[in-house]
Design a binder for this molecule. Structure first.
Ligand SMILES: [Zn+2]
Length: 307
């Protein structure tokens, strides 16, 4: 019988008493912020503070939303967090003083979502498409970064369709240090949904925030899972700076396993959904070149560029 394939990031743990974990890691004990309707706790560290609620996967790090894999539990009047959430979300955020890469001239591959026949989402306010806005956003960001010493390559520079695997191949070809895929969102007929979502690959052993009907096998380990911590740190940084320009419409740093442009990447890789084209107010903003310039500047600031 073949040996069972045990994911490398699996470790005994399950539910961990946060008070015990804080003691073991030298952090102050979590403090109770509210007892009802759900017990709400804060974990304060010198690098930031995590606010979370028992029974909810929605947590906040320094006021910015992120999704845990498992809703924290309330056991014997104490908060418990899943060991994988501690390792894959809480620990990377606490140790947040991460350098993007050691390369003095970082290589970034930017992926303007969609193209050609695959137009992406349609704007609610005009006959224009996601594929046009993502390419313009990427070009603006490329200009900002190249004047600051970065090498930036686009997976497409015109309006043609390109397979997800070929987008990954562009990053391989240029030995990219980082990969960013740029998209805008759609909620179909729901015109009120609005805000920013930033995605990274789901770590092994954790359920995804969103599956869009695809299977979500928690046991799978992809090449990009080697970068779980950097993915989350990068996603959080870019999410934070983008919220400064979109009026803090925050739908959270999320995780998904089905995104083909992320999971085989051999480098930190994230996907940004920069607002809803199905929401007339956001679609109006996205159609404004000055707003797209602000989105590009926000990503550049998140990458550590002083503008
Ligand atoms: Zn898209």
């Amino acid at each position: 019988m073949p040996a069972l394939r045990v994911p490398t990031n699996e470790f005994a743990g399950g539910w961990v008493s946060l008070a015990r974990w804080c003691k073991a890691t030298g952090l102050a004990a979590p403090s109770c912020r509210a007892a009802a309707p759900l017990p709400t706790y804060a974990l304060s560290t010198t690098n930031g503070s995590l606010l979370f609620r028992a029974g909810s996967q929605v947590a906040h790090w320094d006021g910015i939303e992120l999704r845990l894999g498992f809703a924290p539990q309330w056991i014997d009047r104490q908060p418990y967090i899943h060991a994988l959430d501690l390792r894959k979300t809480v620990e990377p955020l606490i140790s947040g003083n991460w350098r993007l890469c050691s390369n003095s001239a970082p290589v970034l591959v930017l992926d303007p979502g969609h193209g050609g026949e695959d137009a992406g989402a349609r704007s609610a306010v005009e006959r224009r498409w996601e594929k046009q806005f993502t390419l313009d956003w990427a070009r603006r960001l490329q200009a900002l970064l190249t004047t600051n010493g970065w090498q930036v390559f686009l997976t497409r520079t015109d309006d043609h369709e390109i397979a997800l695997s070929n987008r990954v191949a562009v990053a391989e070809e240029h030995k990219a240090d980082l990969f960013l895929s740029l998209h805008f969102n759609s909620a179909g007929a729901n015109t009120s949904q609005a805000g920013l979502e930033t995605y990274c690959l789901t770590p092994t052993g954790i359920p995804s925030t969103i599956t869009r009907g695809y299977s979500d096998d928690w046991a799978l380990e992809f090449p990009n899972n080697a970068f779980d911590a950097q993915n989350l740190q990068l996603a959080y940084r870019l999410h934070r700076t983008l919220l400064e320009v979109n009026g803090h419409l925050d739908r959270g740093v999320r995780r998904a396993r089905f995104l083909g442009v992320l999971r085989t990447q051999q480098r930190p890789a994230i996907l940004i959904e920069g607002g809803y084209l199905s929401n007339p107010r956001e679609a109006h903003r996205i159609s404004d070149p000055a707003y797209r310039q602000k989105l590009a500047e926000a990503v550049a600031r998140g990458l550590g560029i002083q503008l």
